[in-house]
Design a protein around this ligand. Structure first.
Ligand code: PLP
Length: 407
């Protein structure tokens, strides 16, 4: 009998979003006329920027002509120089110089964050924030790095959990124990908060002193508004010897359905006498044949001056929604974090309600769908997550409805 990877048996099984969908279906069946406002799932709602679709149309036409057709991309790291140069330009604007071969273009930050674990030994100790974007936990579990899941505590016994609480501003400090692979996400999903320079410097110092690797997820970098918040871990001195950075066009340019992202691995990053950049190049060339030419042209357009203006307008729209929710819900008496440098708001449940209880309350009394914080790990209990992706009018109406529901 062929044995499966037994780690799959240990996964508690994608419970969060199916359970939300089940409760929403049950509510809608009982209240067929209720008009729900969905502030739960973190997908974008605005269309692609005009210059992005124009670039895709032009690239499609090129693919339809014999002289300009392209097959497999044979260039550095399997992506086109025009896109890697555009990405270098974005980093240069933040004062960070990247070599061309330090950039790996991919189909998503999700796949990169999950696959990067292949570079490390199963016994490497992984550390995750609590609450956390679940991909880091589940991919560590599939790799056999998380140990055993305890359904009572909601924790894996071999992971180091880094509590993110109101007391530490929802960003962890390095633990006393050894952690080898440290997943950090800033601006953060789900808490919507962002780490400043001093907070990141502590992690860079920890990682360089301990030989750890920081896996820095910057998927929401484009939402940063405050100048004291770094856009890249590589703005922190010393990061080139300890960090890998993931970025995505999903939330910055509305590419969730287009699929394009990139990962930066500095040449100086070595562990066990091996270059992680070279290992990732080897891994990708073995398992991945690159991103569609049409999509790489779309991503290049998104990073052009016109693209940045056009995608910036969409981000501004979501930011205003975040502000509407943040101001309105704070006035309604709720404690709200995030929503300044990120499209997520992390809202404390009132009166000691648990997060599923508050989820149900908002669904039944306000017709608003949220995400219970407990779905992001035990540290999310007592919170819900709201997203600013959606219509401005809906954000305003959600505030009114929640205010009434709380009164
Ligand atoms: N990283 C974080 C923190 C996310 O929240 C998401 C998507 O929600 C991703 C990565 C996935 O990005 P992509 O669409 O590029 O796979």
């Amino acid at each position: 009998m062929t044995e499966i990877n037994a780690n799959f048996r240990k996964l508690p099984g994608g419970y969060l979003f199916p359970e939300i969908a089940r409760r929403v279906r049950a509510y809608s069946a009982q209240n067929p006329r209720a008009r729900l406002i969905r502030l739960g799932i973190g997908d974008v709602t605005l269309p692609l920027a005009p210059c992005v679709t124009a670039a895709m149309e032009e690239a499609c036409r090129e693919m339809g002509r014999k002289e300009t057709f392209r097959g497999y991309c044979e260039e550095t790291n399997g992506s086109y120089g025009f896109l890697r140069r555009a990405i270098q330009g974005v980093y240069r604007d933040a004062g960070v110089e990247l070599a061309d071969d330090e950039i790996f273009v991919s189909d998503g930050a999700k796949s990169d964050c999950a696959n990067i674990g292949e570079l490390f030994a199963p016994q490497a100790v992984a550390a995750v924030c609590d609450p956390v974007y679940p991909v880091y936990v589940d991919s560590s579990a599939i790799a056999g790095r998380a140990g055993t899941y305890d359904p009572v505590t909601g924790r894996w016994d071999r992971l180091v959990y880094l509590p993110c609480t109101a007391e530490n501003g929802f960003f962890p400090t390095p633990p006393a124990e050894q952690a080898d692979l440290i997943y950090l996400c800033s601006p953060n999903n789900p808490t919507g908060t962002a780490a400043d320079r001093a907070q990141l410097r502590r992690w860079v110092d920890y990682a360089n002193a301990r030989g750890s690797v920081l896996l820095f997820d910057g998927a929401y970098e484009a939402f940063i508004t405050r100048p004291e918040i770094p856009h890249s871990i590589f703005e922190i001195p010393g990061a080139r010897t300890c960090a890998i950075e993931f970025r995505s066009f999903s939330k910055s340019a509305g590419f969730t359905g287009v699929r394009c992202a990139y990962t930066v691995i500095p040449r100086e990053l070595n562990r066990g006498g091996m270059s992680l950049n070279a290992l990732w190049a080897r891994r990708q060339s073995t398992k991945f044949n690159g991103v569609a030419y049409v999509v790489q042209r779309a991503a290049q357009a998104a990073l052009s001056p016109q693209g940045l203006r056009e995608t910036g307008a969409a981000i501004q729209y979501y930011r205003r929604n975040a502000q509407t929710l943040r101001d309105g819900l704070t006035k309604a008496g709720l404690t709200v974090c995030g929503g300044v440098d990120a499209p997520y708001l992390w809202v404390k449940t009132p009166d000691g309600m648990d997060s599923w209880g508050f989820f149900d309350h908002l669904l039944r009394r306000a017709g608003v769908v949220s995400t219970p914080g407990a779905g992001f790990g035990p540290g999310g209990e007592g919170y819900i997550r709201l997203t600013a992706f959606g219509e401005a009018e809906q954000a305003r109406e959600a505030v009114e409805r929640i205010r009434t529901a709380l009164a």
